[in-house]
Ligand binder design. Structure first.
Ligand code: PMP
Length: 423
């Protein structure tokens, strides 16, 4: 399958050392050793265009972030039980990007830990346990989050306190999607109540990335949050994927004109350094703060805080959210032009540089082109463009390049996709 001897050895070594639970991307795996901006380089010096990785959103190995990490590492790295300015400077800068109602920040190391903490806080505040998520969502690795991450598949059962709703799919759902989505949420919380489970939270990725990337119409999430609150639940926005400029705005929820009760974040927060956390309305934290002490050994350490602060500075100084809006619009326009030539392109959607492209076998029936999508992903890899697919039928290309992507690089992606679809 195109592997050289060294790569074959590495695959066998991984299997021997890491065991069977790890998966590689591609029939022909990629061995990356270096990155710069939206480019990645393999061990032989081949250059790949990264259209997939949403962690190094500021660009791979961004020198400002690398320097901030190195400088703080060379000085001291402790934890939040000693006084330190950096975590406070960071909390202040981070909170300044949110509506004033979200007044406290707490830090973790992964998005999963942030969601886990958010659920503990929500349970303490509401006294309920019932959670509503979308039917192909992913919220993390802990056992509590696996129970509410239906994208993990049937081998990982949902909790009894978890109800799912169909994703807000405007492509298949029609014009009444926003009202139906809100009504589904109301009905899901009602089902929980009938089983004696009090509502706790509606937890959604504000771009519905693993469900298939759903951004439109702007505002539909406000209606959904209203439905959750009417049921007595909190609205938690999982911004692990959409956050930090990806959608062309700082936060995905801004597109919908809604203020969440809590926001969880991670992935690009340290541009590759493991930093994550949440922001919350202070009044919601009172009960949890009274009951529990919170200490996360690595969460909010000075090195992580320095990385996070550097990311916020780079985002602002390089205008990366603005670039995501501009280049994202250029990319979607180009993909729509391709759609005129390739019948398989059923829908192009998204916001900023969070783009979904749905491949279908028939535009009228919208039958998912699952096999074709798999071929496209692997063929793009052979053209040295990295991408992946999601959605219930794995027929939706998930396009999420670093936010520094240029219009020329977007054109390279479009050109490669054009050739692959023609081939
Ligand atoms: N929420 C969402 C929406 C995610 O996409 C992910 C990671 N893919 C997580 C939470 C979990 O984050 P982590 O892998 O950092 O624990």
């Amino acid at each position: 399958s195109g592997l050289n001897e060294r790569e074959r050895e590495m695959v066998a070594r991984r299997r021997r050392l890491l065991g069977p639970a790890y998966r590689l991307f591609y029939e022909h795996p990629v061995h990356l050793v270096r990155g710069e901006g939206a480019w990645l380089f393999d061990a032989e010096g081949n250059r790949f265009l990264d259209c997939y990785n949403n962690v190094a959103s500021m660009g791979h190995a961004h020198p400002r972030v690398v320097e901030a990490i190195a400088k703080q590492s060379a000085r001291i790295n402790t934890h939040t039980r000693y006084l330190h300015d950096t975590v406070l400077d960071y909390a202040e800068a981070l909170l300044a990007t949110f509506p004033a109602s979200l007044g406290h920040a707490m830090f973790t190391c992964t998005g999963s830990e942030a969601n886990d903490l958010a659920l503990r806080i929500a349970r303490a505040h509401t006294g309920g346990e019932g959670i509503v998520v979308t039917s192909l969502s992913y919220h993390g690795v802990t056992s509590a989050l696996a129970e509410l991450s239906p994208s993990l598949g049937e081998g990982v059962p949902l909790g009894r306190h978890v109800e799912t709703v169909a994703p807000p799919d405007a492509y298949r759902g029609g014009a009444d999607m926003p009202a139906r989505f809100a009504a589904d949420i109301t009905a899901a919380f009602a089902r929980l109540r009938r089983h004696g489970i009090r509502p706790c939270a509606l937890l959604v990725d504000t771009m519905f990335t693993s469900d298939g990337v759903f951004a439109d119409p702007p505002g539909f999430l406000a209606q959904a949050a209203e439905a959750a609150r009417a049921a007595g639940a909190l609205f938690i926005a999982d911004e692990v994927q959409p956050g930090f400029g990806r959608t062309g705005a700082m936060w995905g929820f801004q597109r919908h004109g809604v203020e969440p009760d809590m926001v969880t974040m991670g992935k690009p927060m340290g541009n590759g350094h493991p930093v994550a956390g949440l922001v919350i309305k202070p009044e919601l934290l009172e009960r949890f703060g009274g009951q529990a002490r919170y200490f996360n050994t690595f969460g909010g350490n000075p090195v992580s805080a320095a990385a996070g602060l550097a990311v916020l500075q780079v985002l602002a100084e390089e205008g990366l959210a603005e670039n995501a809006a501009k280049v994202g619009a250029h990319l979607r326009a180009g993909l729509n032009t391709l759609a005129a030539r390739h019948e398989a392109i059923g829908d192009v959607r998204g916001a900023g540089l969070s783009v979904g492209l749905e491949l279908v076998t028939d535009r009228a029936t919208k039958e998912p082109a699952t096999a074709l999508t798999g071929r496209v992903v692997n063929a793009l890899r052979e053209k040295r463009v990295l991408i992946s697919a999601s959605g219930p039928a794995a027929n939706i290309l998930k396009i999420r390049p670093p936010l520094c992507l240029s219009a020329e690089q977007a054109d390279m992606f479009i050109e490669a996709l054009d050739q692959v679809l023609a081939g």
